[in-house]
Design a protein around this ligand. Structure first.
Ligand SMILES: NC(=O)c1ccc[n+]([C@@H]2O[C@H](COP(=O)([O-])OP(=O)(O)OC[C@H]3O[C@@H](n4cnc5c(N)ncnc54)[C@H](O)[C@@H]3O)[C@@H](O)[C@H]2O)c1
Length: 247
């Protein structure tokens, strides 16, 4: 079977479209002929507009803001074939003992509640479209214990558990899968002073494939999960990490 991604004239919504991985994904989707509606917390899109690309400012942590995005999409179409949720950030890097409840909730909500809100709000549109698919972004960190990453790893582990439940509930109409990357070269891994959150050289030495990932190496796997090569996959988590973790 030849794997293809026939998205010509199909609408796809990418939440977190201004992320490093999101920008790579939007570009790859546009190359397939899809009509992409990008959405993110920033005022302006980082991807230039064209006739197949629209952008909407959304706060994915606020359910009402996400339903406004749904209304915006409904003005264009009643059917979307794909929804991708990419929001995630570590806003507070502290131990569980040190972190405040508000700080914990903030990072946890960016990493998980954003995904819950958008999946819930977009279910009716996705259900009414044959062969639609959701891809949610988790992280390899959800599978290992690492100091100071508590609310982020809990949020990303929630994304996986939630996606499995959703996959069972919305089958066979909608497929739901997650991607769990290892380290990827985006803003996410850099601190404000430009240094990385971890020792990149040391990390690359232990990665069997020899390097951290590029945004395109992650977005291409998302594209696969949306494609007709993945029509028998739902409730799965794909690890994309150069072999850094073998699951
Ligand atoms: N880069 C990595 O090493 C890596 C590894 C595993 C998983 N991920 C995940 O991949 C996804 C994309 O990240 P990226 O690597 O492209 O990094 P990025 O920093 O470029 O993107 C982060 C995304 O989260 C959104 N975001 C940040 N703070 C927010 C807030 N307060 N409210 C709403 N949205 C907010 C940003 O707008 C952006 O869309 C994230 O979910 C991230 O957790 C990244």
């Amino acid at each position: 079977m030849k794997v293809s991604y026939k998205s010509k004239d199909n609408y796809i919504v990418v939440i977190g479209s201004n992320s490093g991985i999101g920008i790579a994904l939007v570009k790859q989707l546009l190359e397939t002929g899809a009509i992409v509606i990008g959405a993110d917390i920033q005022e302006k899109s980082k991807v230039p507009f064209n006739e197949n690309y629209l952008y909407y400012k959304v706060n994915p942590l606020d359910y009402n803001s996400v339903t406004s995005l749904v209304d915006f999409v409904k003005e264009k179409t009643n059917k979307i074939v794909g929804l991708i949720n990419l929001s995630g950030a570590i806003t507070h890097f502290k131990s569980i003992e040190e972190i405040s409840i508000e700080e914990w909730n903030h990072t946890y909500d960016i990493s998980f509640k954003s995904c819950f809100n958008s999946c819930k709000a977009f279910l009716p549109l996705l259900k009414s479209t044959p062969n639609s698919a959701i891809v949610n972004m988790s992280s390899g960190l959800a599978f290992i214990g690492q100091k100071n990453y508590g609310p982020y790893t809990a949020g990303k582990a929630s994304v996986i558990a939630f996606s499995k439940t959703l996959a069972a509930e919305v089958a066979p109409e909608i497929r739901v899968n997650t991607v769990a990357p290892g380290a990827v070269d985006t803003n996410f891994i850099y601190k404000e002073d430009g240094s990385t959150r971890f020792n990149k050289e040391q990390y690359e030495k232990i990665v069997p494939l020899g390097s951290i990932g590029t945004p395109e190496e992650i977005s291409s796997v998302i594209l696969f999960l949306l494609s007709d090569g993945a029509t028998h996959m739902t409730g799965q988590c794909l690890h994309v990490n150069g072999g850094a973790g073998m699951h």
